[in-house]
Design a protein around this ligand. Structure first.
Ligand SMILES: [Zn+2]
Ligand SMILES: [Zn+2]
Length: 313
């Protein structure tokens, strides 16, 4: 987000924060000093816009003083914004050991024996019939169910190009196509084509994510009612949903991309520190949540292709 503010406050020509911004006749904005590096108009008169080629005479060039003030504010705030939006290392004290709840897994999802890996497969998995299983969408829930307090977990999405993960209400419908929408009880982040990221708000929020997102941190704060996503690799904040108030348990949610779209890549739950493991290792993680015993699943049907209009798999 800090980078986004910086980019939109930058000059198209010198690529740094705009200094004394001016506008040309067509509305193109750049630094005053950069006007000199624009190509000359026909006969050496005026300067030509880099994007639309319209020629502006000297009298057409206007200072943008309000923009100048805004740019200087952004410039001053950038370091603070970067600091505020970084992952707080203390979040890891709330790390929970999330595993996949096989009884909720759609039968086109392969779940590893340790219940930490899931991917979508063509072959139907043979599992017992249970009402909590997603039958229409390729989803699986994680355990434990979360009812209070703060919880943090990390999901390795590896080289996967399509995935959906986050949190959902325990009561979400299991036998109809999942509509990944916060209005329907899904607070998720989705990846499409490796580099487009969406949050399941209505309307969808397009997310700006720094490059190289291989591991996503999810922080659920049920005291504040917030659900946040982090880029674990560089520690940047990705998105926080507006506060929610939910009177029922929430579950971690996962929906890998279909094999056609994603080549069957795994989503992997990173092991959390359980209190016993932490104390055995002599680590001071005193405030850990206990790990649950069963896990939730995620969405989608094989033939449903997620789109911009609907991030549901
Ligand atoms: Zn410039
Ligand atoms: Zn122009």
């Amino acid at each position: 987000m800090a980078q986004h503010f910086k980019d939109t406050s930058s000059c198209y020509i010198c690529l740094t924060y705009m200094a004394n911004p001016v506008s040309l006749k067509c509305g193109f904005i750049c630094c005053l000093k950069c006007v000199n590096s624009l190509p000359r108009g026909p006969g050496g008169q005026g300067v030509m816009c880099l994007t639309c080629s319209e020629v502006s005479q000297k009298s057409d060039i206007r200072p943008k003083s309000q923009l100048a003030r805004l740019v200087s504010e952004v410039r001053v705030l950038e370091p603070q914004l970067r600091a505020i939006l970084r992952m707080n290392p203390r979040m890891r004290r709330f790390q929970v050991d999330v595993t996949l709840d096989v009884d909720t897994a759609n039968n086109h999802l392969y779940i590893s024996e340790d219940r930490r890996q899931v991917r979508c497969v063509y072959e139907e998995q043979k599992r017992r019939v249970c009402p909590e299983r997603f039958s229409a969408s390729f989803c699986v829930l994680g355990s434990p169910r979360l009812t209070s307090g703060r919880h943090y977990w990390e999901v390795d999405v590896g080289t996967s190009t399509e995935w959906n993960l986050g949190v959902c209400k325990e009561s979400v419908p299991r036998h109809e196509e999942v509509d990944l929408s916060s209005e329907r009880g899904f607070w998720t982040m989705s990846c499409r084509e490796k580099e487009r990221f969406l949050a399941s708000t209505r309307p969808l929020t397009v997310l700006m994510v720094s490059p190289g997102l291989n591991r996503v941190g999810v922080f659920l704060d049920l005291e504040m009612g917030t659900i946040s996503f982090y880029h674990v690799g560089d520690g940047t904040h990705i998105f926080t949903f507006p506060p929610i108030s939910v009177a029922e348990p929430l579950r971690p949610f996962f929906a890998p991309g279909t094999p056609a779209k994603d080549g069957g890549s795994f989503m992997t739950l990173c092991p959390g520190f359980s209190p016993s493991v932490a104390s055995a290792a002599g680590q001071g993680y005193g405030a850990l949540s206990t790990a649950g015993t069963d896990a939730p699943c995620v969405p989608t049907a094989m033939d449903t292709s997620p789109s911009d209009a609907d991030p549901a798999p």
